[in-house]
Design a protein around this ligand. Structure first.
Ligand code: OSB
Ligand code: MG
Length: 352
């Protein structure tokens, strides 16, 4: 297989509602859709999930476009690929820039699945075509119950609440108790960094199934201490940028569960290595969200179809963030689940 052309399509859309985290208030999303084509006319689609400024990772929309166009595309075009993992290998001389790499690499995996005439989820070994949905409630303290109620009415059975040392623990505890059939995760985005451990352990009794990234990316020892002090499983997101980081987490006993984000890990090849390692080491896994458009979401849904991935991920419907997504059909949540497409590759067409 030889990639003969790559195109980059900027997209920008306002969110229906601002997405609040301790790091950033996101009101609009800018991303880059990657389309590539091989000599036989097959196509593949990817999406680069870097944000416009480096508030979540170092990469940016503008920087990742430069790397994709000027560095990665020339390494890929004209190179014979015998399997999709060869795309990642062809980028091996390029340091970092995982989101740029993933944007291009994921399109290659889509193209290979399309050549094989298989849905991407089957192509990578997925066994389920129904993926449980999960949504993030990044609400202000006071109207948290209203947002939870609305999410439950939309069919979500797993809700992730954004927390910080400023969160009202009693209010959260009450909210979680009032929805006994809903699974709650908490995501701190590193906001307990520099705080006394007891500020975090206060949240142990809330009833969260896990607490995601209480401390900073590199604060492995603090995550290790938190894990020893708490009943609630510790889950790492920002800390996990490659397989070596997962190995480090296990050696340091710094976490029980990880969030898989193909953008942060650099694409399918590295992610599938991480999945295999976590399966062997019995590390829990789920697929995280990046407030992304449908192309990235479709890749994530394929990933979540793997039998090793047992925790529910950040999977909201197309109409959760967007008035109109960039794919057709749009992603819908029915009875708390998303049905995967039977069509080849990611299974969705672009409506850019
Ligand atoms: O920390 O998981 C995070 C969105 C953007 C950047 C970081 C994170 C998030 C989310 C997921 O919380 C939101 C989603 O896409 O469902
Ligand atoms: Mg997170």
């Amino acid at each position: 297989v030889t990639i003969s052309a790559i195109q980059f399509h900027p997209v920008k859309k306002p969110l229906k509602q601002p997405f609040l985290t301790v790091l950033q208030q996101v009101e609009a999303r800018e991303a880059t859709i990657v389309t590539l084509r091989d000599a036989d006319g097959f196509e593949g689609y990817g999406e680069c999930v870097a944000f416009d400024t480096p508030w979540y990772t170092e990469e940016t929309v503008v920087g990742s476009r430069y790397v994709m166009e000027k560095v990665l595309a020339p390494l890929l075009i004209g190179q014979p690929l015998s399997e999709p993992a060869d795309a990642d290998s062809s980028f091996s001389a390029v340091k970092g820039n995982h989101m740029a790499k993933a944007g291009v690499e994921m399109a290659v995996w889509d193209l290979f699945a399309k050549r094989a005439g298989m849905p991407l989820h089957q192509f990578i070994g997925g066994t389920s075509d129904l993926v449980p949905a999960g949504v993030v409630v990044a609400a202000n303290k006071n109207d948290i119950e209203k947002d939870i109620k609305q999410a439950v009415e939309h069919g979500y059975r797993r809700i992730k609440l954004k927390i910080s040392p400023a969160s009202d623990v009693a209010l959260l505890e009450n909210a979680v108790k009032n929805f006994p059939d809903t699974i709650f995760y908490a995501d701190a985005n590193g906001s307990f960094s520099g705080r006394a451990q007891k500020e975090l352990t206060l949240f142990d009794g809330v009833g969260f199934s896990l607490i995601e990234q209480p401390y900073g990316d590199q604060e492995w020892h603090l995550h290790r201490e938190a894990r020893k002090a708490m009943q609630t499983p510790i889950c790492l997101d920002e800390s996990i940028t490659c397989l070596e980081d997962v190995k480090h987490m296990v050696e340091q006993q710094a976490g029980d569960i990880i969030v898989l984000k193909m953008g942060r890990l650099g694409g399918w090849a590295e992610t599938l290595k991480v999945v295999e390692y976590c399966r062997q080491e019995q590390v829990g896994m789920w697929v995280g969200g990046m407030i992304e458009f449908g192309v990235s979401k479709a890749h994530n849904l394929a990933l979540a179809s793997l039998p090793e991935i047992t925790w529910t991920g950040d999977f909201s419907a197309s109409d959760h963030f967007w008035k109109k997504d960039i794919i057709t059909p749009s992603i819908r949540v029915e009875q708390g689940k998303i049905k995967l497409s039977k069509d080849a590759g990611i299974g969705y067409r672009l409506t850019l």
